[in-house]
Design a protein. Structure first.
Lengths: 252, 290
């Protein structure tokens, strides 16, 4: 994905100013920065989900394999099937575990029962959840623990076979062990998936990502990207003083 | 440092105040329950002795005739038919309207005015709705009919269904809608498969309460469905109902009829109780899963 000069407005208020970066295929890109710097705004612009929450306006260009996703000809349902998303708080549907994972496939067309079974099993296996839930597939998903619910949400997103997975602070509502499991999962998934993860936990960014973008705000409270580079470069030898200050814990 | 003695009781004034308020609360609760139980006991005392299978399956006997079975089966059937028809009309329309209010037109001028109208409509006295149905249907068809009665009940139920369904849909967390959209489902699919599913227990409760209310209404039926001593004979004809039967017979000078009115009251209360219990069961089952 290629993002060029992206500016983002909620109503008339500008939330993001001229972000330009590339998201590389098959890599994990982390977005870090202090609260209110537009990290979540940015990631929600990538699958156009923010349009459902508020009146938004977008300038600039976001390309997904060469297609401008803000073009009026884009089918949002197809777009969001290609670019999946995991939210900050686990939000499984109040259905059974199986139905949660099968949901995305069912809405996109009919599949036979056996095909569906296979997809559900492989999605849950990929989300490292299969062994824990294989006996409770028909129980309500709301009975799972927070960490399991979040992995279920990942499985649900994986089931529709997206090219890109957006994760908006996926571990912020989870305990350290559940967080570790999700991080392991990100390591597993990166072989055939492009992942963009927003996090305010810098150790997490350094552990899971290949590339890191640092976002911050200026005096007018408009978020912008300060620096983008490989994770090792950002964490060891950032070019910008502000990035170094943030990473060393001197602000934010 | 001197530590306060934790075992020392509160000053007598505070203690007294606390006891007095508790006593008043109990007293007023009892006072509120008193008429409720008085009604129930009186209905049961007067109506229960005459309740038998015979009353549930036979027609009202002509006055003065004592060797025929006396009952109100026709009224039970009439109430079921009219409430059923009214539900058939008002529930789909009401639920769809509520879906428009929460999912599609939310915050818009149209949605706000629809909600305002529904709120006003829910406060309109039922007799006014009856007059309306009389004007719209009875006068144009020149006939009292089950259709007119159902229409009046449907108009009465509609705002209740709209407002309670809207409440239930609003309780569905927005994160569910976003999660569904993020999986590539259209707005219709999100509404149909996720939002309605989550809100179903709440919607069901609202609908059943509307049904219970319609079953007990008299005023809208008096001059729309009228009454009849005979079996239900088609939607175009006057149709008996429980509430109108009670209204008519309770004023009757004949003992057989007044006692039948009491028995009909018991049955009507039981029917409504049944609907309420049903709505509780639907909600509780749902909570168990969660």
């Amino acid at each position: 994905m290629r993002i060029k000069d992206l500016s983002f407005y909620y109503g008339v208020r500008k939330a993001l100013e001229r972000v330009t970066m590339d998201i590389y295929q098959g890599r994990v890109t982390a977005i870090i920065g202090p609260s209110g710097c537009g990290k979540s705004t940015f990631i929600k612009a990538l699958n156009r989900i923010s349009e459902l929450e508020a009146q938004v306006q977008v300038d600039g260009l976001i390309e997904f394999f060469g297609q401008d996703i803000y073009s009026s000809r884009i089918n949002l349902n197809r777009l969001r099937r290609q670019i999946g998303m995991v939210f900050q708080k686990p939000n499984p549907f109040s259905m059974s575990v199986y139905d949660n994972v099968a949901y995305g496939i069912r809405v996109s067309g009919r599949k036979s029962k056996s095909e569906l079974d296979d997809i559900v099993e492989s999605a849950l296996t990929n989300a490292a959840l299969w062994d824990e839930v294989k006996d409770v597939l028909n129980k309500s998903a709301l009975g799972l623990s927070g960490g399991q619910q979040q992995r279920l949400c990942i499985a649900r997103a994986l089931a529709v076979k997206p090219r890109v997975l957006l994760m908006d602070e996926p571990c912020s509502a989870l305990d350290p062990i559940a967080t570790m499991k999700i991080e392991d999962l990100i390591h597993e998934l990166r072989s055939d998936l492009t992942i963009v993860i927003v996090t305010h936990n810098m150790q997490q960014a350094s552990r899971v990502s290949d590339y890191t973008a640092f976002f911050s705000t200026d005096e007018s409270r408009v978020g912008h990207m300060v620096e983008f580079g490989s994770t090792s470069q950002i964490f060891r030898a950032a070019n910008e003083a502000r990035t170094r200050d943030y990473i060393e814990g001197r602000f934010g | 440092m001197k530590v306060e003695d934790l075992s020392q009781p509160l000053p007598p004034v505070r203690q007294f105040f606390s006891y007095a308020m508790t006593a008043i609360a109990f007293l007023l609760t009892g006072l509120a329950l008193l008429p409720l139980f008085a009604i129930l006991i009186e209905i049961l005392r007067q109506g229960l002795p005459n309740l038998s299978l015979e009353t549930l399956v036979s027609l009202p006997a002509p006055i003065g005739v004592t060797d025929q079975p006396n009952g109100f089966a026709n009224a039970i059937v009439g109430t079921l038919i009219m409430v059923g028809l009214a539900s058939l009309a008002s529930i789909p329309i009401g639920v769809m309207t509520a879906i428009y209010l929460t999912e599609f037109g939310k915050g818009g001028a149209i949605a706000n005015s629809i909600r305002f109208i529904a709120t006003v409509l829910s406060g309109v006295p039922s007799i006014v709705v009856g007059v309306f149905a009389y004007g719209v249907i009875v006068l144009t068809t020149k006939n009292f009919s089950a259709i007119a009665g159902s229409f009046a009940l449907a108009v009465l139920m509609l705002p209740v269904v709209v407002l309670s369904t809207e409440g239930a849909l609003n309780l569905v967390s927005n994160s569910q809608r976003l999660a569904s959209a993020a999986l590539g489902s259209s707005r219709f699919q999100t509404t149909w498969r996720v939002v309605l599913l989550s809100a179903l227990p709440g919607i069901t409760t609202g609908i059943l309460l509307a049904v219970a209310r319609a079953a007990g209404e008299t005023a809208p039926l008096i001059f729309t469905a009228l009454f009849s001593q005979n079996w239900f004979s088609g939607l175009q004809n006057p149709t008996p109902s429980m509430s109108v039967l009670i209204y008519n017979y309770a004023n009757s000078p004949y003992v057989e009829q007044t006692s039948l009115a009491w028995t009909a009251s018991v049955v009507l209360v039981l029917m409504i109780l049944l609907i309420n219990i049903l709505s509780r069961l639907v909600t509780r089952n749902r909570l168990d899963i969660q």
